[in-house]
Design a protein around this ligand. Sequence first.
Ligand code: HEC
Ligand code: HEC
Length: 469
Amino acid sequence: MSFLILTFVYLISGAVPVGLAQDYTSPRGPLSEINSIQQLIQLADDNRDLTTLEKVLHALPEPLRSSPVFIYRSESLQSASPEFPRVLLSDPSGNLVLAFNGESKQTGFDKLEALEFDEKKNRFNFYEMKFSSAGKLEVSKPNPSECLSCHRFSDPRPNWESYDQWPGVYGSNDDRLRSEEVEPFKNFLNLFELNPRYSALRIEPLKQVLGYSSHYGRLPNEPNISFTHRLSRNNFKRLARLIMESPDYEKFKYMIGGFLSSGEGERFSDIGYLPEKISGLTDYYSKENIQEVEAIAISYANSVSNPATLTFRSLFESRGIDTSDWFMNFKGALTNSFVNGTPWEDQLLEALLEKDSELRSFLYEGSNTQLQEAKLKEVSHDKLVRSSFDLHLRKFDSDLEVPQRIWRDACRQCHERGAARGVPQFDFNSAMNKPKLKELIESGAMPMNQRLTPSQKKRFVLSLSKLKD
Ligand code: HEC
Ligand code: HEC
């Protein structure tokens, strides 16, 4: 039976590889583009013959079908392998992302996962979809709880690592295949057309790889870099909202704007935005904390070091505002970074200026991201120095909330996600009482390659011994 369906779909896709999407239109408008869940539901509603996930994939508009990212090792609810990778598709705005895998024995095979970015609210929403046995597309309510342990509870966001390393993704090294990825990727491409799902995808440019005897350049069209841009563009909009919602934004926004505009992150405290009274704002992470993070980034072969990210986070963390959910990194921990291949300061500032017209009035004429710094400093000083208010600045090395935050960033996605997949389930308090915890952390051999910095380990172990007292 399943063989018949397979052959059938293969025939369709083989016979009309191009232009199939045009066969599916909606009375409510052309579907040359789909960038929302609503449009996807409409596609299935208006074309009753679309009764399986395979058929829907073949009916998607060109832009979605020609943007695949292939994941051969995944920590998600859909398993993946080198022969049957999990696929992520995205539309050019990054507002719709779809995920599925390729072999009926894999977990999550019957599901189509999706995220949608809500441009009005600047929020990501997650959906789980599948076809009923009667061939009807069933869509979950937004943000079912089983998605949120990994995509973060209160304000969900994608899980995606920063430019330029994406472990487990074909082209994991800056869109270059690692040597151990070359043969499996070629094998996968060779069998591509035989799979009823993969054959829906447009991968002509990628097929060039088959002709290479060795492959050192980036993959055609740089799929991982492009996907990273699509996701992070929207995450910066979400982040601009989070920053505007943060406490005392009206007082601190001139300084925040100054930071992003100056491009002087690493030496921000020296350039006049932080008079002595509040210079501690950039010192939440010590030089040592920052060096440790850089060492981890380098050990991942990530050439991009980003102390400016930690200096920027300091502006918030030192006031008790947790920034860990601002990032898309799944692995969590301090190594989170905004780095997405372009200057993140400019992109974040643009997103902020789009929403804050007062801050926008500081722009130099004709510029998108250059603020008039002298004017900005003046106002910032008025707000932060001349007005009186209490600041109790924190530091990472003594902040009492740090262990819980490490748990939230770097542990909870596996240990508190509800659906056990061989991972023991427990919460922060039980973890603190596990005899094995201290040993795991001190040895540095955390399961599944979790990396903590030496300072993070110290903080964890310190609160353990406090608990025992
Ligand atoms: C166990 C952790 C986990 C859970 C639970 C989880 N995801 Fe994910 N998700 C991931 C990881 C990790 C990625 C990154 C890509 C990959 O490795 O497959 C991801 C990626 C995605 C993506 C691609 C965009 C992105 O974030 O990179 C979508 C869409 C997605 N998940 C939807 C969902 C939906 C819908 C649910 C709930 C039904 C869900 N996820 C539950 C771990 C999880
Ligand atoms: C990617 C998934 C993953 C993440 C993230 C993760 N763990 Fe684990 N953890 C596991 C798995 C799998 C095991 C069980 C395997 C084993 O015992 O070797 C485990 C075991 C443990 C145990 C031993 C449990 C027992 O009953 O003895 C402790 C304690 C623990 N983890 C703490 C943590 C802490 C603290 C963090 C965050 C710094 C963390 N884990 C992050 C997957 C994870």
